[in-house]
Design a protein around this ligand. Sequence first.
Ligand SMILES: Cc1cc2nc3c(=O)[nH]c(=O)nc-3n(C[C@H](O)[C@H](O)[C@H](O)COP(=O)(O)OP(=O)(O)OC[C@H]3O[C@@H](n4cnc5c(N)ncnc54)[C@H](O)[C@@H]3O)c2cc1C
Length: 421
Amino acid sequence: MNSKPSAQQVNQNYDVVIIGAGPSGSVAASLLVADGLSVLILEKQHFPRFSIGESLLPQCMEFLKEAGLEQALDRYAEEYGFQFKNGAAFHKQGKNSAFDFTEKFSAGRGTTYQVKRAIFDKLLADETEKKQVEIRYGHQVDSVLTLQPEVCLEVSDDDGSAYKVRAKFLLDGSGFGRVLPKLLKLELPSEFPVRHSYFSHFKDGIDCPEFDRDKILITVNPNFSDVWYWLIPFSDGSASVGVVGLPERFDASLAPIDTLMNFINQDPNLQRLMKNATPIGEARSIKGYSADVTKLWGDNFALLGNAGEFLDPVFSSGVTIAMKSASLAAPLVKRQLQGNSVDWESEYAKPLKFGVDTFRCFVEAWYDESFQNVVYHDQHDDAVRRMISSILAGYAWDEKNPYVEKSVRRLSVLAEICQPS
Ligand SMILES: Cc1cc2nc3c(=O)[nH]c(=O)nc-3n(C[C@H](O)[C@H](O)[C@H](O)COP(=O)(O)OP(=O)(O)OC[C@H]3O[C@@H](n4cnc5c(N)ncnc54)[C@H](O)[C@@H]3O)c2cc1C
């Protein structure tokens, strides 16, 4: 629905306004409207629109279930096809390894999907709209006029008409748009170095019988262990392929597709898999995506998903963290609007960061190679393997898992054992 607000809408007050109709926005809105709150989502683009972040983790499905969105997703997957996903496969210099997410330590679903985000995000947003959440596409939040005693935003639509919207609470699910961090000067550089990514969709034409379309394939570049690729197969015979690395690894004068193809051809296994592949649409590049903030909440607002911290794409944790933030924030918003006090630091920021820090530990260990050694080590104890599999499946908040509870210590001990001789 591309509705232009009428005069009544312009004067309307909402309980909650959400910036952005990505996964964090749709999950938060679905949870809030189920609690009887009036919710408006302002989305600057028109859906379907491209977004990166196509490999989900099984933990996502738990958040979608909570928000009443899981069934619609499963139904769509069955009728039209989202690629079933049950794990992650890894390749480095001729060595293969794979984790099956159904063989994991934590309770909860062990499978999920690989999705074209244009379709997935629209599906979630449409389901959210059916729950009586109002979504205004082509409406961009330009400024925050007040946050106290009420939220007042300045919004402009596609025609350039500006108007004001008022609410009791504001959730920023604007992703890489990072609306509130920019407007309220909350931006903090990430502790991760700037990395660049080049990616495209391909009609993949993969005809290798051993290739498992049910898993994302992560490949480490044979020359630089900090450069890695994703290959995310979709159900229609296409795939998303991308390469990630430090800026100095890439020739900035080349077109993104040439950079991507050059790197694909550096790895014999990937080159073999992609020998029949033809690009679909244009190749793209995203640079310096890791980001942080000074705080995740303030007077009458909280930051969701990528509008808060974004670590790194290597373990496909972005959508899971975005949905977890929505799942944590929604009940707190409800409580606050009922007049109860909420300690946003201890009830939102801290628990969210707990799981983000689990992923952080694994991402750091990926780039210093110690987790790569764990992945390609072939003699894992079965129990340990299940614990690692759980985290790769997104269950990074499950404190019962020793690799979550004491991730840094446990992982460094394991890495020591798995060091190549
Ligand atoms: C190279 C790369 C690969 C990745 N791969 C994966 C992966 O495989 N799996 C995974 O889970 N994650 C992955 N991610 C991360 C993933 O893309 C994000 O974590 C996820 O999309 C975040 O969801 P979100 O709801 O926070 O924001 P988004 O999905 O980005 O949605 C934000 C929405 O806000 C809207 N918006 C922005 N500004 C405004 C404004 N001013 N007014 C109104 N609307 C606005 C945007 O149009 C957008 O629709 C990857 C990231 C990168 C960089």
